[in-house]
Design a protein around this ligand. Structure first.
Ligand SMILES: *Cc1c(COP(=O)(O)O)cnc(C)c1O
Length: 316
């Protein structure tokens, strides 16, 4: 099996799970002892804290920095947070910010992993949804990282079947064996008929690459529609380099508290969003209060209508 230019042995280096989240959870259960630390970037996907706490580990979240309309890695902050008990959990493309880590940023993450001999788990469920022709980079493809990285992905986002819960983890056999030892007592097996359908799809690489290319260009158009609508409503947005989401700064609508904004939004505009603070773990994150997450994984007419309503509510 080949991913991001890396080969994995289907028998020893791949495990199929009940969605990407079971893979992440089983990995943390297997790789962490009570009191260990799971280092991730903030804001972060909400299931990570639950998974870390099931393992008795502590989630340590380092805020992403910003530069213009991009989120970026603060390498010094990441390195400063590493301790002898650290495991790394990296999500790229990133939920909830829409950031896709660049090759240079991944090289910096890899340096931290190699210098401190860290094991990494990467959640790459949006790997095929990177926009503007940028292409996906996997931490595992940085020299030296394949042997210490467990790469997690899933059919959910790749094939637009989020309810199927067919995921997988690929990595060196000792890490995959560790995942299996925990997974065995979580679900043992699941979704077998769906696995057959996913296997059939994956078997015809040309067909599924074309299919995901189509999905990617559709979602990129939806992102552009939503981003234009938000900007027309006076809300500054971040790029949305990959995945399903855009972050908007609500100060343009004369709000400062994202939770308040999201409570008012359905009645004011007939649109719903989620405050970025719902994904916060670090108490020191300077961005989360003023940002809210909008999703564009909806039919085009829904995205277009939402954009019109937002622009109609806050005319600039
Ligand atoms: C949607 C999502 C998942 C869930 O994947 P499943 O395969 O449904 O478990 C995992 N990670 C991130 C970052 C997601 O956005």
């Amino acid at each position: 099996m080949r991913r991001s230019g890396i080969r994995y042995d289907a028998d020893r280096e791949v495990v199929v799970t009940a969605g990407a989240i079971e893979a992440v959870t089983a990995a943390l259960l297997a790789l962490c002892n009570p009191g260990d630390e799971v280092l991730t970037l903030d804001p972060c996907y909400d299931a990570y804290e639950a998974a870390a706490s099931l393992a008795g580990a502590r989630l340590v979240a380092v805020p992403l920095a910003t530069e213009g309309d991009r989120f970026c890695l603060d390498e010094a902050a990441l390195r400063a947070a590493v301790t002898p008990r650290t495991r790394l959990l990296l999500n790229s493309p990133h939920n909830p910010t829409g950031k896709a880590f660049t090759a240079a940023e991944l090289a910096a993450v890899a340096r931290a992993c190699l210098d401190h001999e860290l094991t990494a788990v990467t959640d790459e469920v949006y790997e095929h949804l990177v926009y503007d022709g940028a292409g996906h980079h996997s931490l595992a493809s940085v020299p030296g990282m394949r042997e210490r990285t467990l790469v997690v992905s899933s059919a959910g986002k790749t094939f637009n079947v989020t309810g199927w819960k067919v995921g997988w983890a690929c990595g060196p056999d000792r890490l995959v064996e560790a995942v299996l030892s925990a997974k065995q007592f979580l679900t043992f097996a699941s979704g077998t008929p769906f696995q057959l359908a996913v296997a059939r799809m994956l078997g015809d690489e040309e067909a599924w690459m074309a299919w995901t290319a189509e999905l990617r260009s559709t979602l990129q158009r939806h992102r552009d529609l939503l981003r234009t609508g938000l900007e027309q409503a006076g809300l500054r947005t971040y790029r949305g380099e990959g995945g399903y989401f855009l972050q908007a700064d609500i100060r343009g609508a004369s709000y400062t508290d994202g939770t308040r904004f999201c409570r008012d939004l359905p009645a004011r505009a007939g649109v719903a969003a989620i405050p970025c603070s719902a994904f916060r773990h670090s108490p020191h994150n300077p961005h989360t209060d003023r940002l809210v997450r909008f999703s564009f994984c909806k039919p085009a007419d829904v995205v277009r209508e939402a954009a019109l309503r937002l622009a109609g509510t806050w005319q600039v």
